[in-house]
Design a protein around this ligand. Structure first.
Ligand code: NAD
Ligand code: AKB
Length: 320
């Protein structure tokens, strides 16, 4: 059967990178992009507001998707500014999409969960797959609900929803906004532009992070895995590389020795402090062979190389 893949929330940080990967794996004609915002995309694209069921129906009728990647959400920091909208988009919007997937007989659905599902009662180191989930943000609460809806739709209707708990994702294409882990991308952009970076998290805030190519690889690997390999339909823990702002600063300074960071923690520090420091992803490794490729140094080198091209600047060789 010819695949028709619908990416919802395609204009965002992960969506723009995922579109390229899906086009490479399938074809531009097969990959349909939807978002509430305008999308810069050469393939078929649609305006869609997931909080409005009629808007979801209109796009599903046009595309008749075989696979759906549901990325649309309000992230952690923005989420606290309008908690009702966050719930409407992240939970009600996702529910609308799920029931459309059931009714239009979509074969496979991807749902991005997050390390924000964890909270102060979760073990902070090597966080297990099954563990207390008592998040302190509406974003985290909404993603726990999303995980439960994913599991429910599979158990009740056989909808094949697959899900990852992404760590903080770092990519070079766009500067993200609205998240707590955004500091890492911002730090790279400041470094390449020769600016001092004012970091909104404390220097010692360790968090699970992941370079975009690993996040995309995990997403496609999970979606392509044969059905019998998938043992859970809420979020699989996946780990990339864990670091604190001070480690990223030092890693960038190996390439740009003059780079400076000032630490001015704000309200986002409170959010980050409730999350975990490292993840046990042994279930994903066992089930579908997950293994990350990028550590902090390799990611730093690759990010700076891409940003250098983007800004047409030059970066000194690393100091060994
Ligand atoms: P993003 O904020 O860059 O993109 C989200 C997209 O959703 C935006 O383009 C936005 O316009 C769209 N959107 C918002 N409301 C909508 C609505 N009502 N209808 C249709 N579209 C709407 O986020 P991202 O970083 O690309 O994250 C994608 C997904 O991955 C999200 O679900 C997020 O929770 C999850 N996630 C991201 C990270 C990360 O570090 N980026 C980490 C963990 C999980
Ligand atoms: C955020 O910081 O809100 C996201 C996430 C970890 O879900 N990057």
């Amino acid at each position: 059967m010819k695949e028709r893949i619908l990416v919802i929330g395609a204009a965002g940080q992960i969506g723009t990178a995922l579109l390229d990967a899906l086009i490479e794996a399938y074809s531009r004609d097969a990959v349909h992009a939807a978002d509430i915002r305008p999308i810069e995309y050469g393939g078929p694209s649609y305006r869609m507001d997931i909080t409005v069921p009629a808007s979801v129906t209109e796009v599903f009728r046009k595309v008749r998707p075989t696979q759906v990647y549901h990325l649309a959400a309000i992230l952690s920091a923005s989420g606290e500014k309008d908690i009702h909208k966050t719930w409407a988009v992240n939970v009600d919007g996702y529910r609308h999409v799920l029931f459309h997937c059931r009714d239009f007989e979509v074969k496979r659905v991807f749902y991005p969960s997050t390390i924000a599902v964890f909270g102060p009662t979760t073990p902070k180191e090597n966080t297990p797959q099954d563990t207390p989930l008592l998040p302190q943000t509406v974003y985290g609460m909404s993603k726990v609900s999303g995980e439960m809806w994913s599991q429910y739709m599979y158990a009740k209707f056989g909808l094949d929803v697959r899900s990852l708990r992404y760590p903080g994702v770092i990519g070079w294409r766009t500067i993200p906004s609205g998240g707590t882990t955004d500091y890492a991308v911002e730090m790279f952009y400041a470094a390449i532009e020769g600016k001092t970076y004012r970091c909104f998290l404390d220097r010692d805030t360790y968090l699970p992070m992941m370079y975009m190519p690993d996040a995309i690889k995990a997403t496609l690997q999970l979606m392509e895995a044969s059905t019998e390999k998938i043992t859970l339909h809420y979020g699989y823990n996946i780990s990339g590389t864990n670091f604190a702002p001070k480690d990223l600063e030092a890693s960038i300074r190996e390439f740009i020795p003059d780079f400076r960071v000032e630490y001015r923690p704000d309200y986002r520090q409170e959010i980050a402090s409730t999350w975990v420091r490292s993840i046990d992803d042994s279930v994903a490794r066992r089930d579908w062979g997950w293994k990350p490729e990028y550590d902090l140094r390799r990611m730093t080198e690759d990010m700076l190389m891409h940003l250098q091209k983007k800004f047409n600047s030059s970066i000194p060789e690393p100091i060994e």
